[in-house]
Design a protein around this ligand. Structure first.
Ligand code: 4NP
Length: 155
């Protein structure tokens, strides 16, 4: 059984699709599956934002086939790790947790990178390309650490 990971943001069209693509590219496919979802339901079924697709592409990743999903309480059973992009996502996701064990699955994605610093991946939706480049950089650095830890833990 693969270890199942889900990356979560608000819309599931900007940050978490990039997070999914980046982390998946650093983990062996036979041992891990990486998915993404949004705490909001506006974009269900939509492909990622064009700017996220372009940012991924310029870094050698294709995320254009992803489709937005809505995070719900069944995700706590389905996934082993739930990484959220910001503190607002954290509070939305943990409010759906039924047990302490569920709640413990939820982590801010930047926590490992920045344990005492800024912990939010900023929402780039209303900004320009710079915001998407910054999101990519933050997620790329954080997932280097995460992927290493996950591979160590599950080998
Ligand atoms: P994301 O960005 O949470 O990184 O996917 C957003 C995308 C859409 C909206 C908000 C954030 N929206 O309000 O539609």
């Amino acid at each position: 059984m693969p270890v199942k990971i889900v990356m979560v943001c608000l819309g599931n069209i900007c940050r978490s699709p990039l997070a999914e693509g980046i982390l998946a590219s650093k983990l062996p496919k036979d041992k891990f599956t990486v998915d993404s979802a949004g705490t909001g339901s506006w974009h269900i079924g939509k492909h990622p934002d064009e700017r996220s697709i372009a940012t991924a592409k310029k870094n050698g990743l294709d995320i254009s086939n992803q489709k937005a999903k809505h995070f719900n309480s069944t995700f706590f059973e389905e996934f082993d790790y739930i990484y959220v992009m910001d503190r607002s996502n954290y509070s939305d996701v943990t409010s759906l947790a039924k047990t302490e064990a569920d709640k413990k699955k939820v982590k801010l994605v930047l926590e490992e990178l920045n344990p005492i610093g800024k912990t939010d991946v900023p929402d780039p939706y209303y900004g320009g390309q710079n915001g998407f480049d910054l999101v990519y950089k933050m997620l790329n650095e954080a997932t280097d650490i995460l992927a290493k830890k996950l591979i160590e833990k599950h080998s």
